[in-house]
Each structure stands twice: as structure tokens, then as C-alpha cells.
Design a protein around this ligand. Structure first.
Ligand SMILES: [Fe+2]
Ligand SMILES: [Fe+2]
Length: 197
């Protein structure tokens, strides 16, 4: 099985955009967190999270099929490939999320984007972010309008957890890479040109 550093090298080869890289790392962290909670294979699950949008920048019209073709050439495990196909269901793929990994990846993808957007508008970023604020922004369709609310909703149905619990899990996962995502309170202070405490 390819290692995480193989996957990071592949990501860096295919993805230039810092925002897209952060999104992929955020989803990886959320999916890994779920793997730990569920006693699943964290390395395997992490690969699916990390590489799910591999071809989005280079081949947006063919996403996720160009990335999947490359991953198959590189002998990535089929559960990883299938999960990546299923995250694009139903608009871009006909593989419906069925396995726990497929459901978790689906449920973490758009929601992690919303959590990230919430962090950017809060003085303390992710440090004291609560599910309640994220749920409020989920209802406010004008906020981070690019986040597909219907996909977040479908993810919640798939993962079959209480909404606040799922949001908290995604926050907890993303907190493990908060420095890299630059979503901590101090990062926000730096962004505003304030050196902070
Ligand atoms: Fe995608
Ligand atoms: Fe994504």
C-alpha cells in the first residue's frame, strides 16, 4: 500500500492551490479522527481523505475520474478508490456511499469546508468553536454560499449521528492540524495585522 508520504508527494504534484491543499488535509484529519473513534484502519482511511480531490484543480470537468485512474495505476487499495468515487455521488459518479469509510468521507467533505469558513470569521478561530455556531451558519445560506448544504444534509443522513456530535467530531479532527490549516486564534490575529497577546 502506498504510504502517507507517497500520497503527500502525489498531492503536491497535482495540487498547486494552497486552499485546496488545506481542504484535502482538513478532510484527511476529520476522516482519520473517525477511523480512530471507530477502530478502523487510520492509514487506509487517511489516504482517501487526503487524495479525494486530487484531480479537482487539473481536471475539474472529469473529477474524480482522472484522479481515480491515476490512483489505480499506482495500485492504491480499492476501498480508497471506491470512497473517492463515492464522495462525488450522485452528480459526478454513480458509486453510492455504502461502506463506513465511504459514508464518513462523504459526511466530512463539505462539512469540513463549512467548519473552516466558520474559523475564519471568529477571533479565536477553531480554538473555542462549538457545533452550535457551525449549525447556525449551516442554516444561513448566504454564509460560505459555495458549501452545498444538501451535501452536508446527505452526509448527516449517511453517517446517522446526531448533528452536533458529527460537527464536534469534524472540529476535533481538524483541531489536530489546526496549525497547518492556520485556523487558530493567533492565526486570525496575524491575519488582521495584530500580533495578539
Ligand atoms: Fe470532490
Ligand atoms: Fe472535497
Amino acid at each position: 500500500m502506498p504510504t502517507r508520504s507517497d500520497a503527500v508527494a502525489l498531492l503536491e504534484e497535482w495540487v498547486e492551490s494552497k486552499a485546496l491543499r488545506k481542504h484535502m488535509y482538513a478532510v484527511e484529519a476529520a476522516v482519520r479522527h473517525y477511523a480512530r473513534l471507530m477502530g478502523e484502519d487510520e492509514e487506509l482511511w487517511g489516504l482517501a481523505g487526503l487524495l479525494h480531490d486530487l484531480d479537482w484543480e487539473r481536471f475539474p470537468d472529469e473529477h474524480p475520474h482522472r484522479g481515480v485512474a491515476r490512483l489505480r495505476e499506482l495500485s492504491y487499495p480499492e476501498p480508497v478508490v471506491r470512497a473517492i468515487l463515492a464522495h462525488a455521488y450522485p452528480d459526478r459518479s454513480d458509486v453510492a456511499p455504502e461502506t463506513p469509510l465511504e459514508k464518513v468521507l462523504y459526511a466530512c467533505d463539505e462539512l469540513s469546508g463549512l467548519v473552516y469558513a466558520c474559523c475564519l470569521v471568529r477571533p479565536n478561530g477553531i480554538d473555542d468553536l462549538k457545533p452550535k455556531s457551525v449549525a447556525k451558519k449551516l442554516k444561513d445560506k448566504a454564509f460560505a454560499a459555495g458549501i452545498h448544504r444538501d451535501a452536508v444534509q446527505r452526509g448527516l443522513e449517511l453517517i446517522a449521528l446526531d448533528r452536533a456530535v458529527h460537527i464536534q467530531n469534524v472540529i476535533d479532527g481538524m483541531r489536530t492540524v489546526a496549525d497547518m490549516l492556520e485556523v487558530r486564534g493567533l492565526d486570525q490575529a496575524a491575519r488582521r495585522g495584530n500580533p495578539g497577546p
